[in-house]
Design a protein around this ligand. Structure first.
Ligand code: HPA
Length: 269
């Protein structure tokens, strides 16, 4: 039984769902530990919310329970996920405050569990359209309707963190075609695809990356920029869900042959 079809994963600076009515927190047991999820309704549409870094923002990017968070959502019947991500800009033309609808990634993570398929069944999930293009279209349409400008397309460079990058690393990422840099989109986007969920991320540019920005980077400026922009993203997400039907005519529901990991560790639905 599906409790909620739609979910938001809130990154740094997005710790509560704010606009949800009758919100309650439930704890779900997953093969990756217990995960707290907030469930409520937006205009009577059930929506689940998970703070990516844990209920007290206690997990650094390399320690986030990415698998637990997504498994818990899947257990609730979620098939469509919108995520926020604070990022630095690699492009002088992408200024702080810009919302970027990324469509691809470069993975520079090092130590994270990055798959539900560790043993037994081996799956090599297709990543030629990592962020669901159908969800991106819906976000764009909602942005146009609400007058919330979204920069269409961009390559998310995912680093291991939790430190910020060196100037040399930023020069490398620029040469490789990166647009923005952050620490969390991988493996989240990959795991969502392995569970055959539709998943899209709106990046909130909080700063110019190291070396582009003349000043040293601080977590405080990231949080400050998030505070200034979070209301726009919340409205964008909830209004997007409100105007969506349940039709998933993208490739995501068949990303691993329509099987997802069901049966590996028990059917989570
Ligand atoms: N680098 C990595 N992650 C980030 C940044 C950055 O400059 N800004 C916000 N998250």
């Amino acid at each position: 039984m599906s409790i909620a079809e739609y979910a938001i994963i809130g990154g740094t600076g997005v710790y509560d769902p704010a606009l949800l009515k009758n919100a309650e927190t439930i704890t779900l047991d997953t093969p990756y530990g217990a995960v707290e999820v907030i469930i409520g309704a937006y205009e009577s549409k059930p929506v689940a919310f998970v703070p990516r870094h844990g209920p007290h923002h206690q997990w650094a990017p390399h320690r986030v329970n990415y698998r637990g968070n997504l498994w818990a959502l899947r257990q609730l019947g979620v098939t469509q996920v919108l995520a926020t991500a604070a990022v630095g800009s690699l492009d002088p033309e992408i200024a702080p405050g810009t919302l970027v609808l990324v469509d691809d990634f470069l993975d520079f993570t090092k130590s994270r569990p990055c798959s539900f398929y560790d043993e037994g069944t081996i799956v090599h999930v297709d990543m030629s359209d990592p962020y669901c293009h159908r969800l991106r279209q819906h976000l764009r349409a909602t942005g146009d309707r609400l007058g919330i400008p979204l920069r269409e397309g961009g390559v998310y460079v995912c680093t291991e963190g939790p430190r910020f990058e060196t100037k040399a690393e930023i020069r490398l990422y620029q040469r490789l075609g990166g647009s923005v840099v952050g620490m969390t989109s991988v493996p989240e986007v990959v795991l969502a695809k392995e569970l055959e969920m539709c998943y899209a991320t709106v990046c909130i540019v909080t700063n110019y990356a190291a070396g582009i920005s003349p000043a040293p980077l601080t977590h405080e400026e990231v949080v400050e920029q998030m505070r200034a922009n979070v209301h726009r993203v919340r409205e964008l997400f909830f209004e997007t869900f409100l105007h969506m039907d349940g039709i998933r005519d993208c490739r995501c529901p068949h990303a691993v042959g329509g099987q997802s990991t069901l049966g590996m560790k028990g059917d989570p639905s």
